[in-house]
Design a protein around this ligand. Sequence first.
Ligand SMILES: Cc1cc2nc3c(=O)[nH]c(=O)nc-3n(C[C@H](O)[C@H](O)[C@H](O)COP(=O)(O)O)c2cc1C
Length: 319
Amino acid sequence: MSQPILSLGPFQGITDAPFRNVFKRHFGGIDKFYTPFFTGIHKEDHAKNLQGEEIDPRYNDVETLTPQILSTDAEEILRFAKQCKQLGYKEINLNMGCPFPRVANKKRGCGLLPYPDKVDAMLKRVFEEIDIKFSVKCRLGYFSPEEIDAIIPIFNKFPLSELIIHPRIGKQLYKGEADVGRFAALIPFIKAPLVYNGDIVSVGSFEKIREAVQPVNQFMLGRGLLANPFLAEEICGSAYNAPERTERLRNYVIDLYEDRLHHAGGSPKVLGRMKELWSYLMNSFEEPLVVWRKIKKINALKEYEEAVEYVFTDNKIIL
Ligand SMILES: Cc1cc2nc3c(=O)[nH]c(=O)nc-3n(C[C@H](O)[C@H](O)[C@H](O)COP(=O)(O)O)c2cc1C
């Protein structure tokens, strides 16, 4: 089988520009990245959220990064597309997967999936004018996994550059299992290049899923890669011993912290994002809860630095 194409899914509050850049300095295997979603794209000269490091091409690789928008307003999507194109990006992605009630209850994110007519009208308007590649990331539905059956014929009417499906429903949030069988059953009905996303946490789970979703060969990694940043390299065939992993993981975590600290002018607010990452990264350690207890309550930079030293030197073997 040919080498799979791997991307990293967006995580609001974790996979921002500093994360993506530091990750790329330390690890390989990921072909494509997505920004966490943008919202509120107002008139061009007021689009403050499209300025700054998160989107500025000086801090991002426009060839491999796809900016994502959460919106149901075709005019807003078109404004976003236009500005991303001006910045040099080649593609934008529409978030139709966000499951959080405050989003989904407003018929945004996966909350749009029960409304095929709205999706149709929105995409029709978008494709009248868009002149940049346009992809969609969605779930099977909000309330039921059958909702996607009415949405697929609509997707098929438009030249999506890619359709990423995370086979859960919104009501599950991130719980339960991704329904790989349901994803596989949808493959013959979908025209757009398909990307599988959900529950790839190890080389073993990747192989199993890959087998089940053939001939799909594009996969978006998520929490599995946050927990084990070696995952994409391992899927591509690399293997490392424990001392090598410890050394590389330590360098990565310290580099990310220092980079964030530098950008935040030394403010302890960086600890929030580092702790978010540790809530996944702890799973790279033999005793995740020992690691997590050490990190989670910290509020001062010095304490955090000491805790990280302890975690890496004292007693925790990296799996
Ligand atoms: C805290 C958190 C933030 C997320 N933010 C986004 C986001 O901004 N855009 C998006 O499309 N998906 C977002 N996701 C979903 C992930 O990109 C991914 O689709 C999901 O975790 C399923 O893949 P996994 O099972 O491999 O983790 C987020 C998930 C979590 C847990």
